[in-house]
Design a protein. Structure first.
Length: 111
């Protein structure tokens, strides 16, 4: 049994979010939440929120005990980009690209 949760349009670049995802991949779900609570990165908050949603989905929709859940897959994809403009020296055009991310978490039951 696999349980999914997705968060879209997170205001953080996928590269920064992937650093946090790599730390919790393969851990037990409740252990991953504990690890993320003590991480100083901004992306840890987004991952905690999505992981908690996936655990709640497993409990409420499929009646799965959260102590048997494992983070099987977790990945961050690139979302849309916000394009902004800032004036540069001598009135030149300086583009600013603000990247957004999509986070997907797949939990499965431990055998």
């Amino acid at each position: 049994m696999q349980v999914n949760a997705r968060s879209k349009h997170l205001p953080i670049s996928p590269q920064k979010l992937r650093l946090v995802c790599d730390k919790v991949r393969g851990l037990d779900a409740l252990q991953a939440v504990t690890v993320l609570e003590y991480m100083p990165q901004k992306g840890a908050g987004f991952v905690i929120k999505t992981l908690s949603s996936a655990i709640a989905n497993a409990e409420n929709n499929y009646r799965i005990d959260p102590t048997t859940l494992v983070v099987e897959q977790i990945w961050a994809d690139e979302g849309t980009r916000l394009r902004r403009v800032k004036a540069g020296a001598r009135g030149r055009y300086k583009p600013r690209v603000k990247r957004l991310s999509h986070l997907t978490i797949v939990l499965s039951q431990r055998q």
